[in-house]
Design a protein around this ligand. Structure first.
Ligand code: PMP
Length: 433
């Protein structure tokens, strides 16, 4: 009998974390790595959030609490979601989690039977695709189109909907591309869902980047389209909006109270509750009037970096890049750079083990890290199915401009280092993973 259950071997991972030990290894050899792999703002949470956490710890608010989330925080979430999306949800529709991530897997476990189809964006947050296989559902990637600023057309979605569709995952502003669908696009997408899907098909709308949005746009949620709230799970959290990734506070607003209570039951089974002192800090974040301007200032900083770095990135021979409308990532197309380096031929010569788990842009990712000391992530890190001809990188701009400029210089140097690349792949070490 095998040691592990089959599903254990299927679950994927998140390379932003997985590349960490490689970075440690490279830095151990003496040169600091420019880390453009990280998906977390390089800010620290506002003082009113930290102070509220400290105050609560000092008051010993550190015991078990409501597994659904403390009532004061759920009330703040319902108020924020209603104010920003014109909805009418109650605190009972809300469930709190340790971050935005857990509700992705929970939603798939809660709604999907084996064989049900999950439509999800690719490139997209890797946990979407990872969990689909784990719950034995069928992955139906919806490939975001570079020529549509990494959104998709209603027709693309329509073609993927079948009687087996159970869950449709959306993520705007998007990780890894920064793509933002317009209000009109979301209306058109909602029209397709309302007309083609049974009422029990759920939309999981991952809106964790809702407050990091550029060019004067405002976040629009598909749940705000008439008829959609009762089909949509709105997911968000504090990690990105308040630069509080280690606080581990996220939440979802469910279409019905009954569904929120099922998510609560998952919480009870997995972790009982989320630290109450952090929930009080999160409540303060949502309620404090200084938070709005604070988030706007952070988003403005990301927008300035985007503009400065985009120009430098696209000046590299063989690199093109769409202008992201939100989040803090750039997602350049490096196909021509891979070609110049000979990455396609090198990849073709790789043993099957490497070919199965990597791509030409993976070879570039590892080369850039080991030989040019810059950490970026490859296309496959954001959904692998059907991506054989796609050659991109994700660069995080969550660092100061000087660091980012140095990172771009190193990427450019790696892109020109044809001999170095050949030697690296011939050596055959650290080519993937
Ligand atoms: N969704 C998306 C699209 C993300 O990018 C992330 C974090 N990188 C998450 C969810 C998870 O966020 P958290 O750290 O709050 O679990």
């Amino acid at each position: 009998m095998p040691l592990y259950a089959d599903r254990t071997l299927i679950i994927g991972t998140e390379n932003a974390f997985k590349i960490g030990p490689h970075i440690v290894r490279v830095e151990f050899q003496g040169t600091p790595v420019i880390k453009m792999n990280l998906g977390e703002p390089d800010f620290s949470a506002p003082p009113w959030v930290k102070n509220e956490v400290i105050r609560n710890i000092e008051q010993d608010n550190a015991h078990y609490c409501d597994p659904k989330g403390i009532f004061t925080f759920r009330t703040a979430i319902a108020n924020q979601v209603n104010a920003t999306r014109g909805l009418d949800v109650t605190p009972e529709h809300v469930c709190v989690f340790p971050g935005g991530k857990p509700s992705i897997g929970f939603a798939q476990q809660i709604y999907c039977n084996p064989g049900d189809e999950v439509i999800y964006p690719s490139p997209g947050f890797p946990i979407y695709e990872s969990f689909i296989k784990y719950v034995d559902a069928v992955p139906v990637p919806l490939h975001l189109r570079e020529d549509y600023n990494f959104t998709f057309t209603p027709r693309q979605l329509e073609r993927r909907i079948t009687p087996n569709t159970k869950l449709i995952i959306l993520n705007f502003p998007s990780n890894p591309t920064g793509g933002v669908a317009t209000k009109d696009q979301l209306h058109a997408i909602a029209d397709i869902i309302l007309s083609k899907c049974r009422p029990d098909v759920r939309v999981y709308s991952d809106e964790i980047y809702e407050n990091i949005i550029f060019d004067g746009q405002r976040h629009f949620s598909i749940a705000a389209v008439p008829g959609m709230q009762k089909r949509t799970i709105i997911s968000s959290g504090l990690s990105k909006s308040f630069a509080w990734t280690g606080g581990r506070v996220g939440y979802a607003v469910l279409p019905t109270v009954a569904e929120a209570d099922i998510f609560k039951k998952m919480n009870i089974n997995y972790f009982s509750c989320i630290p109450p002192y952090n929930q009080e800090g999160a409540r303060e974040a949502l309620e404090n009037p200084e938070s709005g301007p604070w988030m706007d200032a952070m988003a403005a900083t990301f927008e300035k970096r985007r503009d400065a770095i985009l120009d430098k990135l696209t000046a590299i021979d063989g690199v093109t890049c769409q202008k992201p409308g939100g989040a803090f990532y750039l997602f350049p197309n490096i196909a021509k750079m891979c070609e110049r380096l000979g990455a396609f031929e090198a990849f073709e010569r790789m043993p099957p083990k490497v070919k199965q788990a990597a791509s030409p842009s993976t070879l570039f990712q590892m080369f850039a890290l080991y030989e040019h000391k810059v950490a970026v992530l490859d296309r496959r890190s954001f959904g692998a199915i059907g991506t054989e001809n796609m050659h991109f990188l994700r660069l995080s701009i969550a660092a100061d401009l000087e660091t980012l400029e140095e990172g771009i210089r190193r990427i450019a140097a790696a892109g020109d280092d044809v001999d170095g690349f050949r030697r690296f792949v011939e050596k055959g070490e650290n080519l993937y993973e």
